[in-house]
Ligand binder design. Structure first.
Ligand SMILES: [Zn+2]
Length: 415
């Protein structure tokens, strides 16, 4: 039901696999060494992992979770009794890694890859209108050394696989590294539009070379691992790429490779939000790049929305779709993404317009159940119980397992 291109959107929407928004806002704290802790949130099908490095100089965080989990993260950080973090390092720009930066205010020094500031002001992120405190105070391109809590923290850019602004953060004496989405919990990784599936083996090999054999590897999502695991993971990347490449050379297409289950032997890597079929799809996409347009509609729509409002922006969308189908990428989730972001920023009436347009333009989208739910939630906050119930019911019709829609209907009963 998800396609590879949609995966990052799924993450951004906190959708999970029919599971709905974050199920548990609690943060689980695991102590790795006397100074290093992993702070995890349960997102249904995967966890998202922050590192807290705590010592005499104070607290340094690596990644800050999604905005919805920021308050829970702040409570967990407060519990160390060391005040506001001195540093926040973001492993890359995705929303579940930077979403909690702002809850700590302007005080922490935020460090990220040099591409992050412009990324946070481009594409769909325009509609997030992140506050200043989300943005980095310091950026770098290659590497950076930081001395904190009596330890050398080595920060090295490893951009180019999951996306183009990925970094690793190595606590050299504690022997812990945050490798974020380069390893993805030692599951099949995901690839954003600014990443390159074919560069995973090379960048994982670089991490193997840079890290000591006794390092503990914390991932952006899911399980921690060892240097040995990194080797096995590297072999998986090389072997699965070779198999898909060989299949394509024999003239097989994506559907055939999936139907033949050519990566059956590696199915244990499908433990997270990337299935075996989706990993095949990423590999085929990298090995046989399509000439479909990659330019998204977010930028033109954002500026029209800012200047002239939601109706004008939606009119512009239809016009672009009619007159420039070869110039922009038109997909089934752009309008949903915008509506969702506007809802999060309390532009509720505007959100209703984008969500309704999404349902109308893409009635067969696999995300329709989620769009209908968000529309119901938006109507609820506008006090329109009747419409809220209508869309809550529609959501459940489309996906009877969707707990969030059921909860919405129950809340409406009690109103
Ligand atoms: Zn990411």
């Amino acid at each position: 039901m998800k396609n590879a291109i949609g995966l990052v959107i799924v993450l951004a929407l906190n959708l999970g696999c029919g599971a709905g928004p974050a199920q548990d806002s609690g943060v689980e704290v695991t102590q790795l060494t006397d100074r290093v802790y992993v702070l995890s949130t349960d997102q249904g099908e995967y966890t998202t992992n922050t590192i807290a490095f705590v010592g005499e100089d104070g607290i340094l965080l690596v990644d800050t979770q999604a905005e919805d989990d920021a308050e829970a993260l702040r409570l967990a950080v407060d519990a160390f009794g060391r005040g506001t973090p001195k540093y926040i390092i973001n492993t890359h720009r995705h929303v579940e890694h930077v979403g909690g930066n702002a809850i700590f205010g302007e005080a922490p020094i935020v460090i990220a890859h040099a591409l992050v500031p412009e990324k946070l002001k481009s594409g769909s992120y325009l509609f997030d209108e992140f506050p200043d405190a989300t943005f980095p105070d310091m950026t770098f391109c290659d590497s950076l050394s930081l001395y904190f809590n009596g330890e050398l923290v080595r920060i090295v850019a490893v951009p180019g696989s999951h996306d183009d602004n990925e970094i690793m953060v190595h606590f050299t004496e504690s022997k812990v590294v945050h490798l974020s989405s380069l390893v993805n919990g030692f599951n099949f990784p995901s690839v954003d539009s600014d990443g390159d599936v074919l560069r995973f083996p090379e960048l994982v090999a670089r991490a193997i070379e840079l890290l000591p054999e006794d390092v503990v590897i914390v991932s952006g999502h899911n399980d921690t691992g060892t240097w040995r695991d990194l080797h096995t993971y590297h072999d998986m990347l090389v072997q699965t790429t070779d198999i898909v490449r060989a299949g394509l050379a024999e003239g097989k297409d994506l559907a055939t490779l999936q139907a033949e289950n050519v990566l059956e032997a590696w199915k244990s890597y499908a433990g997270s939000y990337v299935s075996t079929d989706e990993w095949i799809e990423y590999l085929v996409g990298g090995l046989q790049p399509s000439d479909e347009p990659t330019k998204t509609v977010y930028e033109p729509l954002y500026y029209v929305w800012k200047d002239e409002g939601a109706d004008a922006a939606l009119a512009r969308y239809l016009e672009l779709r009619r007159d420039h189908p070869d110039e922009y990428k038109f997909d089934e989730f752009s309008l949903l993404v915008i509506g969702n972001k506007l809802l999060a920023r309390d532009h509720v009436e505007n959100a209703v317009k984008f969500l309704a347009a999404s349902l109308e333009e893409y009635p067969d989208s696999p995300y329709s159940y989620y769009t209908a739910y968000k529309l119901g939630a938006a109507y609820k906050s506008l006090g329109d119980k009747e419409q809220a119930r209508r869309y809550g019911e529609r959501s459940l019709e489309l996906n009877p397992e969707f707990a969030a829609a059921r909860a919405l209907l129950e809340e409406l009963e009690e109103m």
